[in-house]
Write a protein that binds this ligand. Structure first.
Ligand code: ATP
Ligand code: MG
Ligand code: MG
Length: 576
């Protein structure tokens, strides 16, 4: 496995560090509190928090709360919680809105320095000033009539905006950037303040004007003395306006550098699309395990370490990573293989009566939790006259290419010494389903040898003494979409939804080892669950259900009913 710090030691992030080798590193992760974070954000979290941690520096969690229209309280807590779950601890939690007074003062200063003016142009007029949008009607860019209004007039108008003299869109503060004629649209006199007639969750009704991202972000970085302001490549043009504003108001200037976004294909990540899936009942909620929000991955049982290791393996460059969900899943699978214990679970059980064993027959069979890791220990499973096997492991007629159980055929039960041979079966004629199988235990007589079976299957036994098996509901999640690119499907992604994305097994049975595994969670102990940042949740009970897949305990589990979520299958799903 790759060095967990590899992404900081070499490549792009190492270059960025060398460009600015200041002893005290400060970074920030600046989400807008307007939705749940998704897998893409985990890269930004790993980059910013990880870079500071690696260099012995500090990383702020800064809520970029300058747009009161989209913000909701629940997002603040969800974002903070998921960062801690990933194992990071913010140096401080700050809010752009904490700086509203300071930002306002700097806006006035900017006007004083002839770096901003109050403009009353409409969107149409602004487009026209920027050269027009219509190909036939292209013309050189030009400044509007407000651009050259006297400084005192702009100052008075800006104060009037603040006092509520104007309605939204009737006036805005516009930066007077030095180079209106260059090719960089970020230098075409961007908006600095606009009127929004909405109360803000932290500042209430104090403000009627709110600063824009372009005005706020660089100045808040500066206030927090951010040394390395790491953002994604779409902001490359913003670097010029970022530096321009810091220079113009003469404040400390952080270094902005841009890395490529992480995008998962085969799913949708946009807030608007996920909101639609939730609203139309296609998924349970924002944390439905079929989604790729971080709350969903958490609920699905993906360990935080698997996410971080995936990001680290991809590395950081300026190129965008478009990764198939199946590739992400194979990375999770590899991670789980070495870090979680093994148990037997039957998703769709058929009862097998082993007729030649006595009614009260009970043998203890040893099953290692970690065949590849002795430290996980092992446990005893009862083996009795009544066992349950997977419906898939039985066929009503034997054939040469089928090595599991069928009339007259023999199969091994994992960890049990001798095989069983099927003698007959019963069937419910109404449903066509096999209801019970009869078998014999193929224990050879003294001095004889037995024929080794061609295949071994998983099983659980009935034992009242051991309270076995444990009844559970197992939920198997498949890809939510049929295609690799649901965004491109016409007329829209909703028609690409798979009908079988959730398969529920209400009568699944788990062996007794589950109780111990639940008691000893988290599996694995790592990230926020290991360093005390978060309390291990139900999903930290993760295990491999032998021959079935990786599972965790779902948060809807109660004292009466255990619900298991499949994290990933054991192999890539043939269907997708
Ligand atoms: P989205 O457009 O997906 O809603 P966003 O950019 O609006 O995302 P923010 O809340 O502004 O979301 O994101 C916080 C930080 O996370 C930003 O610095 C942003 O650049 C970064 N980020 C967002 N999406 C990705 C991604 N797919 N890969 C890497 N970093 C990302
Ligand atoms: Mg954003
Ligand atoms: Mg956005």
């Amino acid at each position: 496995t790759r060095d967990p710090d590899a992404m900081f030691k070499e490549g792009w992030l190492d270059e960025v560090r060398k460009e600015r080798p200041e002893p005290d590193v400060y970074t920030r992760f600046p989400p807008e509190p307007n939705g749940y974070l998704h897998i893409g954000h985990s890269k930004a979290i790993a980059v910013n928090f990880g870079f500071a941690r690696y260099h012995g520096g500090k990383c702020y969690l800064r809520f970029d709360d300058t747009n009161p229209e989209a913000e909701e309280e629940k997002f603040f807590t969800a974002i903070e919680d998921i960062i801690r779950w990933l194992g990071f601890k913010p140096y401080q939690i700050t809010y752009s809105s904490d700086n509203f007074d300071k930002l306002y003062d700097l806006a006035e200063q900017l006007i004083h320095r002839d770096g901003a003016y109050v403009c009353h142009c409409t969107d149409e007029q602004i487009k026209d000033q920027r050269g027009g949008t219509d190909e036939k009607n292209k013309h050189p860019r030009f400044g509007c009539k407000h651009r050259d209004r006297p400084i005192e007039e702009s100052l008075a108008e800006f104060r009037a905006m603040k006092e509520g003299k104007y309605k939204p869109r009737e006036a805005f503060l516009r930066m007077k950037q030095d180079d209106f004629v260059t090719g960089n649209p970020q230098m075409w006199d961007l908006a600095a303040y606009r009127i929004i007639d909405q109360p803000h969750h932290r500042t209430g009704t104090k403000w009627k004007i709110y600063p824009t991202y372009d005005f706020t972000h660089c100045l808040c970085d500066s206030f927090e003395h951010i040394t390395h302001s790491l953002c994604t490549v779409e902001f490359i043009n913003s670097r010029e306006s970022y530096e321009w504003l810091c220079d113009k108001v003469e404040v400390y200037k952080p270094m902005q550098r841009e890395y490529g976004r992480l995008n998962l294909t085969g799913t949708v990540l946009s807030k608007r699309k996920i909101a639609r899936l939730v609203k139309e009942g296609k998924v349970f909620d924002w944390d439905d395990p079929r989604l790729y929000t971080l709350v969903a991955l958490r609920r699905r049982g993906v360990p935080p370490g698997a996410i971080l290791s995936f990001v680290n393996e991809l590395g950081v460059t300026t190129a965008r990573s478009n990764i198939q969900t199946v590739r992400f899943e194979s990375s999770i699978r590899k991670y789980l293989e070495m870090t979680v214990p093994r148990l037997m679970v039957i998703t769709d059980p058929i009862k097998v009566t082993i007729d030649n064993l006595p009614e009260d027959y009970e043998e203890e069979v040893e099953n290692a939790f970690g065949p590849k890791n002795v430290e996980m220990g092992s446990h005893q499973m009862p083996f009795t006259r009544t066992v349950y096997i997977e419906r898939d492991d039985f066929r009503e007629t034997a054939s040469k290419d089928f090595f599991r159980l069928a009339p007259g055929a023999s199969v091994g039960l994992l960890k049990v010494t001798y095989p069983i041979i099927c003698t007959s079966f019963e069937k419910d004629n109404a449903t066509g389903l096999v209801t019970e199988i009869h078998a014999t235990y193929d224990k050879p007589a003294e001095g004889e040898t037995f024929k080794k079976p061609k295949a071994y299957i998983h099983w659980v036994a009935e034992s009242s003494k051991h309270s076995s098996p444990i009844k559970v509901e197992a939920r198997v999640f498949n890809s939510l979409f049929k295609s690799d690119n649901p965004e491109a499907v016409e007329p829209n992604f909703m028609v690409d939804i798979r009908e079988d994305s959730l398969v529920t097994y209400p009568n699944a049975l788990a062996e007794v080892g589950l109780t111990e595994i639940r008691r000893r969670a988290p599996w694995p102990e790592e990230a926020g669950e290991a360093n005390g940042e978060v309390k291990p949740g139900p999903e930290s009970v993760r295990f491999q259900a032998m021959r079935v897949g990786y599972f965790c305990v779902d948060r809807e589990t109660t004292a009466e009913k255990i619900i298991l979520n499949r994290i990933v299958g054991l192999k890539e799903d043939a269907g997708k």
